[in-house]
Ligand binder design. Structure first.
Ligand code: ADP
Ligand code: MG
Length: 240
């Protein structure tokens, strides 16, 4: 579903991604961890071309992401993204936030978009919040709306960039639970997170990045019990 072959990226003179090789199959859940500034967000943002790569090859859902002929909107329709800050429209209701893109981008009827939105609100556990405004919700609830909004586009891939980092501790669990459910249902997911419990429990693979490189890649049980690389050991000793 996602293939990085020898991908490099520079920001000006700064070499932010170095020889990235990463292959993610349909239905896999890959958790990306690493120190701040190691390139995790950049890596994830390349997948839906929020960032462009400098060289190498990146193929997502059989499409060469950086080809001139690639229909970037079609590519992005298949990729949902959830950020640290939920970026909901404050003056629209929860339902309107979720139905906007399906109606405008996919040409779905209002009625169908609303049915879909209610289905996903149920799925993320807040069916009663359809008519609320974002400011009336907790951070965890807002993030669940953001996830429902992503799912309403029926994506093949969901990208998460520190989805719980801005949340109060007591609402982190409810967002992780929704993500766990998604993972169990077979969604292909790339998740940048500091939630090691989530990584241990849900990830098929953990990818550890440092200074723009993938330093280590392993099954979580193996990675957490016995990291092979010194830099990974050091990182884990700091956060666990
Ligand atoms: P992470 O998500 O692991 O914290 P990022 O991918 O956000 O790392 O950033 C990796 C490095 O690239 C950091 O040193 C950051 O300062 C730098 N960087 C990120 N975005 C830009 C940008 N638009 N222009 C220049 N440098 C950037
Ligand atoms: Mg980041």
């Amino acid at each position: 579903m996602i293939h990085f072959h020898q991908v490099n990226k520079h920001y000006g003179n700064f070499h932010v991604l170095k020889d990235i090789n990463l292959h993610i199959k349909q239905g896999e859940v890959v958790v990306v961890i690493g120190p701040s500034g190691s390139g995790k967000s950049t890596l994830v943002r390349c997948i839906n071309r929020l960032e462009t790569i400098t060289d190498g090859e990146l193929i997502v859902n059989h499409v060469k992401v950086n080809d001139k002929s690639t229909d970037i909107n079609a590519l992005r329709r298949d990729i949902g993204m959830v950020f640290q800050h939920f970026n909901l429209y404050p003056h629209k209701t929860v339902l309107q936030n979720i139905t906007l893109a399906p109606i405008k981008v996919m040409g779905v009827s209002e009625k169908e978009a609303e049915e879909t939105a209610r289905y996903y609100l149920e799925k993320v556990g807040i069916p009663d919040k359809a008519n609320a405004y974002p400011a009336q919700l907790s951070g965890g609830q807002q993030q669940r709306v953001a996830i429902a909004r992503g799912l309403a586009m029926k994506p093949k891939i969901m990208l998460f960039d520190e989805p719980t980092s801005a949340l109060d501790p007591e609402t982190i669990g409810e967002v992780l639970d929704v993500m766990k459910k998604l993972a169990r249902e077979g969604m292909t997911m790339v998740v940048v997170t500091h939630e090691m419990g989530f990584a241990r429990e849900v990830a098929d693979r953990v990818v550890f990045m440092d200074q723009g490189q993938i330093v280590e890649e392993a099954a979580p049980a193996e990675f957490f019990a016995n990291p092979r690389e010194e830099r990974a050991r050091l990182f884990l000793s700091r956060i666990l």
